[in-house]
Design a protein around this ligand. Structure first.
Ligand code: SF4
Length: 328
């Protein structure tokens, strides 16, 4: 299927900036569309190289890769900008063209007890939001979009690591509705106290996140207890330019006060295999994407904590405070 992206913006920006060679980063689901993007850019007389590395978010701008192949600009597809970079980048949003009507109809059964809904969406669905709001308003629902906060580019937009915009409206709504995928709705349920529902446009289902939070919280408590008892701790500093969550210096100081052996490790992308190689380390604290510790823990051979969870283990903040603030 042809990709629906901001073609005019891309062409206009490329004509204005006149790069000689660009490195193109594609989000995972659209790497299959490299052919049509290549053609579009080459027609402007610009050389194109595609990054074969993963591109999970706008936190991950491939500046080193671009420099190593002599590119003078990065074209990043599929995410909205949320960090300033020292290297020129064009962000190109991509639309998921889907007919949401039957799913919206189906969702009404789930929302029958709620009048005011907080609404958030992942970036590929921004073009549908006015229609979604109109649909619910015609069914006598009041819709409040989450606020534009932190890494979120628009009102209602969410990224996987910033839910502040939802927290700001949670006292005004009875539940949250997320248009997108499970990743964003799990993040939302970890961040807010109100019920969260996912309009899962990829599996054509409405899902409640009830129960998901408790399951994750139980596992997080286990990880925190493991850090308290562990002797050898690895602190992983993520090298992706937009993944800086927590300060290693403060953590090292506090861990050493508790007589732990601390090893500092850099990693661009965390994988279970890379972690396994440091087999003498008992527990890891990662300062890269917080969703790795919170969601992917089952894939890893050792416990991995976020820096905030490490602060709980170190007695810097209580678990109740974390629950009050939200895990994300
Ligand atoms: S840090 Fe993680 S959750 Fe946040 S945008 Fe990057 S990949 Fe997504």
């Amino acid at each position: 299927m042809a990709l629906d992206f901001e073609k005019e913006k891309l062409v206009e920006e490329l004509k204005k900036r006149k790069p000689k060679k660009v490195l193109v980063q594609l989000a995972e689901g659209i790497k299959q569309n490299s052919g049509e993007i290549k053609k579009e850019i080459e027609e402007l007389g610009i050389k194109v190289i595609f990054s074969g590395e993963t591109s999970w978010g706008a936190c991950d701008i491939a500046i080193d890769e671009a420099k190593s192949v002599g590119a003078d600009l990065i074209v990043h597809f599929g995410h909205a900008q949320f960090i300033e970079t020292s290297f020129p980048v064009i962000y190109v949003e991509v639309k998921d063209i889907l007919d949401l009507n039957s799913l919206l109809e189906k969702s009404l059964e789930f929302f029958k007890d709620y009048k005011t809904l907080g609404l958030s969406y992942s970036i590929q669905h921004r073009h549908d939001i006015d229609k979604v709001i109109k649909f619910y308003e015609e069914k006598a629902k009041k819709i409040i979009l989450s606020k534009k906060k932190g890494t979120n580019a628009y009102e209602g937009h969410i990224t996987g690591c910033n839910y502040q915009g939802l927290k700001e409206i949670q006292n005004q709504v009875e539940c949250f509705v997320i248009i997108g995928n499970r990743f964003h709705s799990i993040g939302a349920t970890l961040a807010v106290k109100k019920p969260v529902f996912l309009i899962d446009v990829y599996n054509d289902e409405i899902k409640t996140m009830e129960g998901v939070k408790d399951e994750i919280l139980k596992q997080r408590i286990v990880a925190i207890e493991k850090l308290k008892d562990a002797k050898n701790i690895g602190i992983i500093i993520g090298t992706k330019c937009g993944q800086k969550f927590g300060s290693p210096e403060k953590l090292i100081e506090k861990l050493e006060e508790k007589e732990k052996n601390v090893t500092i490790i850099t990693m661009n992308e965390l994988t279970p295999e890379k972690i396994m190689n440091f087999y003498k380390i008992d527990v890891f604290i990662e300062l890269a994407c917080p969703r790795i510790a919170l969601n992917d823990f089952a894939n890893y051979p050792k416990p991995i904590l976020t820096s905030r969870e490490a602060e709980v283990a170190l007695g810097e903040i209580s678990w109740d405070e974390i629950l009050e603030q939200g895990l994300l």
